[in-house]
Design a protein. Structure first.
Length: 249
């Protein structure tokens, strides 16, 4: 769960160094932050509104910046509104963190001698492979998935990144992967996972199981809200002139 946002950004880096789904990538990154804050029990999502449970920082600079943004709201913000909110440099902050750790490198060029263009080179293929393996595991799954898997698959699908990673000309395996991620984004398996966790908690009838089930339910609620918000924001951007060029961050 901790690497969710970074995984999404890494998965967006295409072989040519450009960012896939560049205009919508920030929605998935914001959604990942909402999920992680819920997993850390800093927020809860109730009726699409984000409620702060504890003001204590998480210790993660990027996540705490998102948390501070939520806390600045006069009233609990709607998940859809918060995910869609313009937070300048959001994706670049994650790219910068990955670059600082030597995972990627920024290569800046002048396009037509006028425009600044940044391409990204993966320097740590093992780290990129980890992110891809996590997504592949979700895309190839057939049964209930864990919360982190549901979030990754759902958010990747929400911004259309799955169509780039598993292209239509990639054959039957890619088609199956896209359908599976779409299914996960529609909550089918997430709902199954919640139901299974609730049953297990009831059988064990222990405090620990009850706490675990409560945490799991809170995370699932945030995943649903984050995916819904990302889809809504992405569609809104597309209808409001998302045809603009380039991915500048």
């Amino acid at each position: 769960m901790q690497s969710l946002g970074e995984d999404i950004v890494l998965l967006a880096i295409r072989p040519d160094g450009k960012l896939g789904a560049a205009e919508k990538l920030r929605f998935a990154v914001a959604g990942s932050e909402l999920v992680r804050l819920a997993a850390e029990r800093r927020v809860d999502v109730v009726k699409d509104r984000i409620h702060v449970l504890s003001p204590e920082p998480t210790g993660d600079a990027l996540l705490d910046a998102a948390f501070a943004d939520i806390q600045r709201s006069k009233r609990p913000p709607r998940a859809r509104d918060w995910v869609a909110r313009e937070r300048r440099g959001l994706v670049h902050a994650y790219l910068g963190e990955l670059a600082a750790r030597g995972v990627i490198r920024a290569d800046r060029h002048k396009a037509l001698g006028i425009f600044n263009v940044t391409w990204w080179t993966v320097l740590d293929p093992a780290r990129a492979a980890e992110a891809r393996a996590r997504l592949d595991a979700v895309a190839r799954s057939t049964g209930p998935v864990e919360a982190a898997q549901s979030a990754l698959g759902g958010l990747v699908h929400a911004i259309g990144l799955d169509a780039l990673i598993y292209p239509r000309n990639g054959g039957p395996a890619c088609e199956i992967a896209r359908k599976r991620l779409k299914q996960i984004a529609r909550r089918d398996q997430a709902a199954t996972a919640v139901h299974s966790a609730a049953q297990q908690a009831a059988v064990e009838a222990s405090i620990d199981a009850a706490v675990d089930a409560s945490v799991h339910a809170a995370v699932e609620a945030s995943i649903h809200a984050a995916v819904d918000a990302s889809v809504h924001a992405a569609h809104h951007a597309a209808h409001d002139g998302g045809a603009g060029g380039g991915g500048h961050h």
